[in-house]
Design a protein around this ligand. Structure first.
Ligand SMILES: [Zn+2]
Length: 119
């Protein structure tokens, strides 16, 4: 899966996002802004709910980037070169260096969260 948009390099690792990240971003933002936030605190204007929903989606995205970068840094420290990571709908995909041709996947969900960079 190729990145639709490059975010540059973090800790020397290329980071890109696939367009499908927008799906989870919208689900998080709209899911909060149209449901639990107005239900729990109905006295605020709609822009306040959307501000919090969008901020929460942004924090979720940043935490996902940090999560995937940590995998790549640990892999690099263990001798597994990482060419880059691509964030997508369900998490991230690491592209391992030429020595390791297998792609690995990790995800924000606990059952997919294990690093599987074994050669
Ligand atoms: Zn993970």
């Amino acid at each position: 899966m190729d990145a639709t948009l490059s975010l540059g390099r973090v800790a020397g690792i290329r980071v890109g996002v696939h367009w499908s990240v927008l799906v989870i971003f919208v689900l998080v933002a709209a899911g909060l802004s149209e449901g639990p936030l107005p239900d729990a605190h109905g006295e605020h204007p709609i822009w306040a709910y959307w501000s919090v929903g969008l901020a929460t989606a942004a924090v979720f995205f940043v935490s996902l980037v940090a999560h995937e970068i940590s995998h790549a840094v640990v892999a690099g420290r263990n001798g597994v070169p990482v060419d880059g990571i691509t964030l997508w709908l369900l998490g991230g995909i690491a592209r391992l260096g030429a020595k390791h041709h297998r792609r690995t996947r990790s995800c924000a969900s606990p059952e997919w969260g294990r690093w599987s960079a074994r050669s």
